[in-house]
Design a protein around this ligand. Structure first.
Ligand code: SF4
Ligand code: SF4
Length: 387
């Protein structure tokens, strides 16, 4: 959505029926109109017509949207709720006085991730315990240990004569700087399947966190840089372990630049490529990341992938883990309540482990569930395939 005209057209489409509220995790938690899609759209409409001045309360209602996309398919009037929310955030970002400092720090870090990671490494002895107490480190994340890209850029399979193809791994900030062990796990799995893995040298942040904070121009700049960095690189697939990166590259880049990167989620890439007999004997539940379920429409892929390595899957009701980028920092109480609900839902299944396919969900869930019970799907596949 690039013009005010388009934005107003989307806002005008809303007939205020309220069907979207039933799918909204923040609404279902508080039953407050202002914390549901209809209420947020109504606030944006009132702001766009000058009926309401932007206030901190308005900012908080709009920025408390998880951008999960659960409401998108509920609207029979065809309102593009997510794009409208993104555009509204871009217009409102200047009014966010309470969140300004946090957003500018994160913006600085995302624009200079290598430098930020080096600074963090040096300062970790001093600030590490503070971050752990604030819930920003720990769990399965090891921020600042090393960057995946420092480990190399080309990873060839053991037998290059029977190589099946080449995969570009779009690692994204979370895997590259916070959970490089997940990227290494993916590389080992994909090498074992006969593919060479390449880490594109000029990849930058996908831009999703910047866009979510209302920095649309920065996100557009990052989109153009990634499109340029990946254009012309020969590969059979561009794969990411983060569904948010995949949705951003595939869907949002088109909105931002008119161009897109046809990236594939790691679970979809791996599903159907596992040819061994099942090796695992574990009862697991799968947590669908919002951007996997609602953004990419993935449901069967992660399940068939996990079954292909022998996982005994039990179903669990879908729901958001409560991370949603800066949401977990700015709306701590809501985020904690959503995490608690999610963990209780998991424990009720009786499964031994919880598997997901998003580094962010993994981090959030591992705040409460111990690291030997919650895994990224790629780690489970590696366990079933190679150990
Ligand atoms: S379902 Fe669509 S039309 Fe109805 S309130 Fe939600 S956004 Fe508006
Ligand atoms: S994107 Fe998610 S949190 Fe935001 S309004 Fe829609 S359902 Fe609610």
């Amino acid at each position: 959505m690039n013009s005010e005209e388009e934005y107003h057209r989307e806002l005008r489409k809303c007939v205020l029926c309220g069907s979207c509220k039933a799918a909204c995790p923040t609404y279902s938690l508080k039953h407050s109109e202002a914390l549901g899609p209809r209420g947020r759209l109504r606030l944006l409409w009132a702001f766009s017509t000058g009926e309401l001045e932007p206030t901190q309360a308005m900012v908080e209602r709009v920025f408390s949207c998880l951008l999960c996309g659960a409401c998108s398919r509920q609207c029979s009037a065809g309102v593009n709720i997510l794009e409208t929310m993104y555009h509204g955030r871009d217009l409102l970002k200047g009014a966010d006085k309470a969140g300004r400092t946090l957003k500018w720090i994160l913006r600085f870090a995302l624009k200079r991730p290598g430098l930020s990671a080096r600074v963090f490494r040096l300062a970790r002895p001093a600030i590490g315990p503070l971050l752990a107490r604030a819930g920003l480190a720990g769990g399965v994340f090891r921020p600042g240990d090393y960057a995946l890209k420092d480990t190399g850029t080309v990873f060839a399979p053991a037998d290059i004569r029977s190589m099946k193809g080449r995969v570009l791994l779009f690692s994204g900030c979370s895997v590259n700087y916070l959970a490089p062990h997940l990227g290494e796990s993916f590389i080992r799995v994909v090498n074992a399947l006969g593919y060479e893995v390449v880490l594109p040298k000029r990849e930058v942040c996908c831009g999703a966190p910047l866009r979510a904070m209302g920095f649309a121009a920065d996100a557009r700049d990052f989109a153009r840089r990634n499109i340029e960095a990946l254009r012309g690189l020969k590969a059979d697939a561009i794969v990411s372990l983060c569904p948010t990166c995949v949705v951003t590259l595939r869907e949002q880049y088109r909105e931002l630049t008119g161009d897109a990167i046809e990236a594939v989620d790691a679970v979809t890439f791996l599903a159907g490529r596992i040819e061994t007999s099942p090796a695992l004997d574990v009862r697991a539940a799968f947590h669908d990341p919002c951007h996997s379920l609602h953004g990419l429409g993935q449901y069967g892929e992660p399940r068939s992938l996990l079954r292909s390595v022998g996982v005994d899957l039990v179903e669990m009701e879908s729901g958001c883990c409560g991370l949603a980028g800066t949401f977990s920092l700015s709306f701590r109480e809501l985020s904690d309540a959503m995490l608690k609900k999610r963990v209780e839902t998991f424990e009720r299944t009786g499964a031994e482990i919880l598997v997901t396919s998003c580094p962010g969900c993994l981090f959030q869930l591992s705040k409460t569930i111990s690291g030997d019970r919650v895994f990224h799907a790629v780690e489970v596949v590696e366990e079933g395939l190679l150990k």
